[in-house]
Design a protein around this ligand. Structure first.
Ligand code: FAD
Length: 457
């Protein structure tokens, strides 16, 4: 029997791979999505445990313009549910207490998060000299423009929440590209932001934080169900080889090794796995991909009795800036954000540990993790009874860490990739780590493949 032939193979059924596959399917191609795991969604996984709906990966998502347009094209806009408005209240743990993050200019002026001196320093931002931000860390850039206190007291904890990373190591060009652009074009962040707000047209996303009614896992499954051909699960793409005008895709699955011929390929797998697959095709490209660093995350959802928590709990949750005596990165109050996440009379706290501050957490036994978590929670919110541990999820390659040279590294990866025919990369390590950005990267990969095909005709 000959080698089966397809329009495209997409390796990876995370959000980036699903988006790429559905977009390619729209153009009529016969697609096969291949994923190493036993279910689609990648890190987006939801489980029902003891009446709680727990997330193993992302808890919420933004819906940026490309994601909204994609959901509308798929007729899937009603798959999303907005977080309750109380989710706008967010807290940082500072000097032994939870301090509300200001969400308006007046609240900001009154907030104890920054000293009066730091607030005045911020006002001087438009007077600061313009410099080239190439190679700068977030903390160097923000410190230079807005003052060191803003970098450590505001931006640091925010990056702990989003990247599980460190503002002194994350590269500003990758993390805040629009701020770098404002400085470059307008000489000031404030002036740049005001003028872009005045100019702003074009497609918009949805405001606030979102999930799906039954969680992010079912959302991924509903996207996978839109594929004509169901994803091949528990199957791993192990390598590629050029074969005439197509790619030979080597797959190892439950039925043993297999190979397919595909006109086009999207690798929507994390960077280290993409490097493995591409090693036999382009060693330099594989080596560039290997340089992408990831932070691990340990997620611990807890069932809590509200009356056993001494601090009043409301809002989205709290983040903990890096400090020696606390291991917890932050905690989301999921049952306050979305209906149906906890049984009546109980709250669901989604706690996160690890990140670049405590990389070793991923290899710690459960009792070490739980001891630290309980002690931290007791210190931060005060616990009168031990919370119920619903699960412990360890994700080793959880969050890509774009460093100071990330933009140049990605440019180099794209330059090398462009020399290979009909293949694209997608995923959270390329242009943004959020669900919404990873989805957009899948759409981008599909559209670049379409453009390549059009250019060949
Ligand atoms: C614990 C955690 C919490 C997060 N919280 C949030 C949040 O609240 N909000 C937010 O916006 N983002 C959050 N993120 C980030 C976001 O969820 C991810 O960046 C995004 O979902 C990644 O999607 P992806 O498609 O790039 O990769 P993945 O989801 O990692 O998918 C990659 C897929 O490739 C498969 N694969 C790997 N190797 C192979 C192979 N050789 N062959 C075939 N398949 C293979 C894997 O099985 C996997 O399914 C979180 C991430 C984690 C881990």
């Amino acid at each position: 029997m000959g080698t089966p032939e397809l329009g495209a193979v997409v390796a990876g059924a995370g959000i980036s791979g699903l988006a790429a596959a559905l977009e390619l399917q729209e153009s009529g191609a016969e697609i096969l999505v291949v994923d190493a795991s036993d279910r689609p969604g990648g890190v987006m996984r939801t489980d029902h445990i003891g009446g709680f709906v727990i997330e193993r990966g992302p808890n919420t998502t933004q819906v940026k313009a490309p994601m909204l347009a994609f959901l509308r094209r798929q007729g899937a806009e009603d798959q999303m549910v907005a977080a309750r408005s109380e989710g706008r209240r967010r807290y940082f743990y500072r000097d032994g207490e939870l301090v509300r993050v200001p969400d308006s200019p007046i609240a900001f002026a009154r907030s104890p998060l920054l000293t009066g001196k730091a607030k005045l320093r911020m006002l001087a931002e438009p007077l600061m000299r313009r410099r080239d931000a190439e190679g700068e860390s977030v903390s160097e850039f923000i410190g230079r423009r807005l003052g060191d206190e803003v970098a450590s007291a505001l931006v640091g904890p925010f990056l702990t929440g989003v990247y599980a990373g460190n503002e002194r190591e994350l590269g500003v060009e990758a993390v805040f590209p629009s701020l770098v652009e404002h400085e470059r074009k307008s000489g000031s962040l404030a002036i740049g932001m005001i003028s872009s707000a005045l100019r702003r047209g074009g497609p918009k996303g949805l405001r606030g934080s979102w999930s799906a009614p039954n969680g992010m896992g079912p959302f991924a499954r509903s996207l996978a169900e839109r594929l004509v051909e169901a994803p091949a699960l528990e199957s791993r793409v192990t390598g590629l080889r050029r074969d005439g005008d197509a790619w030979l895709v080597f797959i190892s699955g439950p039925g043993g090794p297999q190979r397919l011929r595909a006109k086009r390929v999207v690798l929507a797998v994390p960077a280290p796995q993409a490097a493995e697959i591409l090693r036999g095709v382009d060693t330099d490209l594989a080596e560039a991909l290997e340089q992408i660093d990831y932070a691990p995350i340990v997620g611990v959802p807890l069932g809590v009795t509200p009356s056993a928590v001494r601090t009043k709990i409301d809002g989205f949750g709290f983040l903990v800036p890096h400090q020696p005596d606390v291991s917890l990165l932050g905690c989301l109050f999921m049952s306050r954000l979305f209906a149906g996440r906890a049984p009546t009379g109980r709250d669901l706290f989604q706690c996160l540990l690890g990140g670049t501050h405590w990389r070793e957490a991923i290899d710690q036994p459960d009792d070490v993790i739980l001891k630290k978590l309980h002690a931290d929670l007791d210190q931060i919110v005060g616990l009168d009874e031990e919370p119920e541990t619903l699960a412990i999820t360890r994700v080793r390659q959880a969050i890509p860490q774009p460093g100071r040279n990330h933009r140049r590294l990605i440019a180099e990866i794209r330059r090398r990739l462009a020399e290979l025919p009909d293949i694209e990369l997608a995923g959270a390590y390329l242009d943004g780590i959020s669900v919404s950005d990873a989805l957009a990267s899948g759409l981008g990969a599909a559209s670049r493949l379409e453009q390549r095909t059009a250019a060949q005709q």
